[in-house]
Design a protein around this ligand. Structure first.
Ligand code: 2AM
Ligand code: CA
Length: 269
């Protein structure tokens, strides 16, 4: 990865928060057997990681604003820059001792994403991109996969919680529709890592609805810098990550998947 001053600041921040998450993840694995479970402990781990990111990023770039999963919006004196931060994406995995979660940090400049890191501290894989500079996993350049026929593809998705009944049902029907047409569908539980895996060519595409900016803002820049296309789930380009829905993949697969999703009818009962 090319070491710009900005990337150094972001990398230092996610690695420091990552060390804390890994330590707490070790504790969580111990807590599985208790009746109460590790729920409260995980909330504390999430907050502690967010605090580290807030401090490190604030010290590295004075006055930038934040939008963070736990703190929400933090106004900065510099109105043109904003960090978009998820300290723990894949919380359910973390809670269950599943080593598939990430820290996601993106930087917005005048409303445009310019830098992104998604970091899995367990595997020590650091996915990064700067606008116009390509995308990297650790020191290797990433490219989206080149498959064109959806029959050859492995897609990732997420299933919104049942407390969002419309989106939940739609996701199930979409999966049922696609399953016979593709090589495989995966539901790994971290939108940030799903997008990073699209950028790395591991998944051919990813779609999900009902997300928040911090789940997907950084991952979407990884995909575009790896040569892929990102839109919302309806194929619209503008301000995709604020709609909370995302569809990301290479150009051919993106279009083919969008057409299948467009054709899915969900009954209202
Ligand atoms: P989290 O682990 O930070 O909660 C899994 O489908 C994806 O959905 C994860 O990226 C997860 O992020 C996100 N997610 C889970 N609950 C959510 C909610 N209520 N609103 C938005 N995103 C959510
Ligand atoms: Ca998240």
């Amino acid at each position: 990865m090319p070491a710009s001053a900005l990337m150094n600041i972001m990398t230092r921040a996610v690695r420091k928060a990552g060390r804390r998450l890994v330590r707490d993840f070790g504790e969580v694995e111990q807590l599985q057997i208790s009746v109460k479970g590790p729920g409260d402990f995980v909330s504390q781990a999430d907050l502690a990681a967010e605090e580290i990111l807030f401090e490190e990023l604030s010290a590295g770039r004075h006055g930038y604003g934040f939008i963070m999963e736990e703190r929400g919006l933090v106004e900065g004196s510099d109105k043109s820059h904003r960090w978009i931060v998820d300290p723990l994406d894949g919380t359910t995995n973390f809670l269950h001792g599943l080593p598939h979660f990430a820290i996601s940090v993106g930087l917005e400049r005048q409303g445009e994403m310019v830098a992104a890191i998604v970091y899995n501290p367990v595997t020590d894989e650091l996915f990064s991109a700067e606008k116009g500079g390509g995308a990297f996993v650790n020191d290797r350049r990433m490219r989206v996969a080149g498959r064109r026929r959806i029959g050859d593809c492995v897609f990732a998705t997420g299933i919104p919680h049942a407390n969002k009944p419309g989106l939940h049902k739609r996701a199930i029907v979409e999966i049922a529709t696609l399953m016979p047409q593709v090589a495989g569908i995966r539901r790994f539980g971290s939108a940030a890592l799903d997008l990073a895996f699209v950028a790395a060519g591991r998944f051919d595409a990813f779609w999900e609805r009902g997300l928040r900016p911090w789940d997907i803002a950084a991952g979407m820049l990884l995909v575009t810098e790896a040569g892929g296309i990102t839109t919302d789930a309806l194929g619209r380009r503008k301000k995709e990550f604020e709609t909370g829905s995302v569809l990301a993949g290479n150009a051919d697969v993106h279009d083919a998947l969008r057409k299948v999703l467009d054709g899915v009818q969900v009954s209202q009962d």
